[in-house]
Design a protein around this ligand. Structure first.
Ligand code: ATP
Ligand code: MG
Length: 140
């Protein structure tokens, strides 16, 4: 089933100049970019984005990290895009991620793990709407 998902190249990925390498992995996985923008999130915007984690012990640190520098947010589309993106990213902790995944190959720690991907259809819908309006998402 063709679906859309949201991905973010996190501030560590931008700082390490990895936009091209990460996008290559995503395109090679069969995903197409349908919308894209670079933003420097405020702490509040990062908190709103990760609100599902507001009770977690890492929420404060995670939202500081996500607002420390620019990020690249994008809507990706493809067959089973949510699962395909998560597969290309690898497990949350780069140490547990398979070789050949973005996190294993580029990330430095559990928190600073280069890339975000929506984990369900519900979260994809919330996250795409958080950053993009309908006119900004290409339909062709
Ligand atoms: P993401 O939502 O960013 O795609 P994920 O779905 O693999 O990552 P989540 O459990 O949703 O993992 O955690 C969100 C993010 O919070 C992680 O990607 C990581 O940056 C950070 N994180 C998760 N667990 C921890 C932890 N125990 N300590 C520090 N940071 C963490
Ligand atoms: Mg998540």
């Amino acid at each position: 089933m063709k679906e859309k998902t949201l991905s973010i190249i996190k501030p560590d990925g931008i700082r390490a100049n990895l936009i091209g390498k990460v996008l290559s992995r995503l395109e090679e996985a069969g995903l197409r970019v349908k919308a894209m923008k670079m933003l420097h999130l405020t702490k509040k915007e990062a908190m709103g984005f990760y609100v599902v984690h507001k009770e977690r012990h890492f929420y404060e640190s995670l939202t500081s990290f996500m607002s420390e520098g620019p990020v690249l947010v994008m809507v990706l589309e493809g067959e089973n895009a949510i699962q395909v993106l998560r597969g290309a990213m690898g497990k949350t902790n780069p140490k547990d991620a398979d070789p050949g995944t973005i996190r294993r190959d580029f990330a430095e720690s559990l928190e600073r793990n280069i890339i975000h991907g929506s984990d369900s259809q519900d979260s994809a819908q919330y996250e795409i709407g958080y950053f993009f309006n309908a006119l900004e998402i290409m339909s062709d």
